[in-house]
Design a protein around this ligand. Structure first.
Ligand SMILES: Cc1ncc(COP(=O)(O)O)c(C=O)c1O
Length: 441
């Protein structure tokens, strides 16, 4: 099979039909590209017009084991054949207890842990908010500018990624104080690492906690160990540990949102593993389900609600999604995908760096493992953001058979499946380079 193989420039006639119907009947949400997929396997997708494309977007980091991995499909089929749903959280299910046990084992820290099951990343964060508030008997949270934690009203109060995501929806949950993230390429304090001595972390303790975020009212800090939607921003060494220490010294919880960075994506099982921090709560979703909707808050067992009925839902930890999750974790472990992510991520970063050096409009390449980004600029002297060019490259890429996803205002993220074949990865990078060559003209 020729890969990629564009027979008709997307969107072809069948894709246009679907898009028309979508526009007419579906609520307006977010759309990146007019690609309508018919089927997919691993890192290859076929659209409804018969085009064959390479997937470098992994369903926004959901498909870490690729599309329709046979072991995941088998687990889903088996569970669906036995039962898909029974009485929600009101009854007991072996598959949920097995998954909760597994998550307690594979997340950082040897202490007893428990899992709350939800259906998405936003709902996982909603659960984390309630667990933290109830346990600490406090109402306030710290979060970071550029953060994305979801769009439901509670999670949205933590999100500070793009103004349009919040505008029109205030008031959100009160008591969230946002502080600048460690965005070294565009340091909000115009400093340089390591000379800055992590000023952006220190100022939390030196200024914010002394003024607008009193520690005695703080339940916790929500941290993405690599900021995802904000632009794949990787904090410098020591930053996560410094935030962890500030949380510990001031007695509030460290809540690690690994919805996008988790499950091997960063070249380690958890992006927080790049530090020594043991989170009090971890929020996981996306790749956890491998394509089935599921999200969790995994937390120190001592923080569990003291009675039933404080938080619950109908579908959280749905048996089919839970079976899928167990299969995903099994594939990640048995196929050595964390190490593969680290190894292939290095190869990918090397080529992306070569492209960055060759093209004036790529200001930065950064990332960990298979979680990489290029930031588009007008020129390397000013590093002025260039979102228009970013959008044009994304469009050119799908028209030539490569599925990409933007992130931040001017970034394109490269997040292929962790088990992508090396020749497919290379072909995808070749398509990308072709886009850059055309863009430079
Ligand atoms: C770090 C992070 N947290 C939470 C979410 C929200 O997840 P969901 O879209 O499943 O609600 C996202 C989604 O992109 C995310 O990247």
């Amino acid at each position: 099979m020729k890969v990629p193989d564009i027979k008709v420039t997307p969107p072809g006639p069948k894709a246009r039909e679907v898009i028309e119907r979508d526009k007419k009947y579906m609520a307006t949400t977010t759309k990146s590209a007019p690609v309508v997929i018919k089927r997919g396997q691993g890192s290859i997708v076929e659209d409804v017009d018969g085009n064959i494309l390479i997937d470098f977007a992994s369903g926004i980091s959901v498909l870490n084991v690729g599309l329709s991995h046979p072991k995941v499909v088998e687990a889903v089929r088996k569970q669906a054949g036995e039962f898909m749903h029974f009485a929600g959280t009101d009854y007991y299910y072996d598959v949920q207890t097995q998954l909760a046990k597994k998550l307690a084992e594979i997340t950082p820290g040897k202490h007893p842990k428990k899992t709350f099951f939800a259906n998405s990343g936003a709902e996982g964060n909603e659960a984390a908010i309630k667990i933290a508030k109830y346990y600490k008997k406090r109402q306030m949270f710290l979060a970071f500018l550029g953060a994305f934690h979801g769009r439901s009203q509670g999670a949205l109060s933590l999100t500070a990624s793009k103004a349009k995501q919040k505008s029109g929806f205030f008031p959100t949950m009160p008591g969230v104080v946002h502080v600048p993230y460690a965005y070294c390429f565009r340091c909000p304090y115009k400093m340089t690492y390591p000379g800055c001595d992590l000023y952006c972390a220190n100022i939390i303790e030196d200024l914010y906690l002394k003024t607008i975020a009193p520690p005695e009212d703080l339940a916790g800090v929500f941290v993405e160990p690599v900021q995802g939607e904000g632009g794949f921003i990787v904090p410098p060494p020591g930053w996560l540990d410094r935030i962890g220490k500030i949380a510990k010294d001031n007695d509030f919880l460290f809540i690690d949102d690994e919805v996008q960075a988790g499950f091997g994506r960063s070249g380690k099982m958890w992006a927080i593993d790049y530090s020594k921090v043991i989170p009090d709560i971890m929020v996981l979703a996306k790749s956890l389900g491998g394509g089935m909707p599921i999200g969790v808050a995994v937390f120190d067992a001592k923080m569990d609600f003291p009675m039933s009925g404080k938080h619950s839902n109908t579908y959280g930890g749905n048996p089919v999604a839970a079976a899928s999750s167990l299969a995903v974790i099994d594939v990640i472990e048995s196929e050595g995908l964390v190490d593969r992510s680290a190894k292939l991520g290095k190869q990918m970063a090397k080529r992306l760096d070569e492209m960055k050096d060759a093209y004036e409009f790529i200001g930065d390449r950064r990332g960990l493992g298979m979680m990489q980004v290029h930031e588009f600029v007008t020129d390397k002297r000013t590093n002025k953001p260039n979102p228009k060019l970013r959008d044009a490259v994304e469009k050119d890429a799908y028209e030539h058979g490569l599925i990409l996803l933007g992130c931040g205002e001017q970034g394109i993220r490269y997040i292929p499946a962790l088990n992508i074949e090396e020749d497919i990865l290379d072909s995808g990078l070749d398509v990308l380079e072709g886009c850059f060559k055309r863009a430079s003209k």
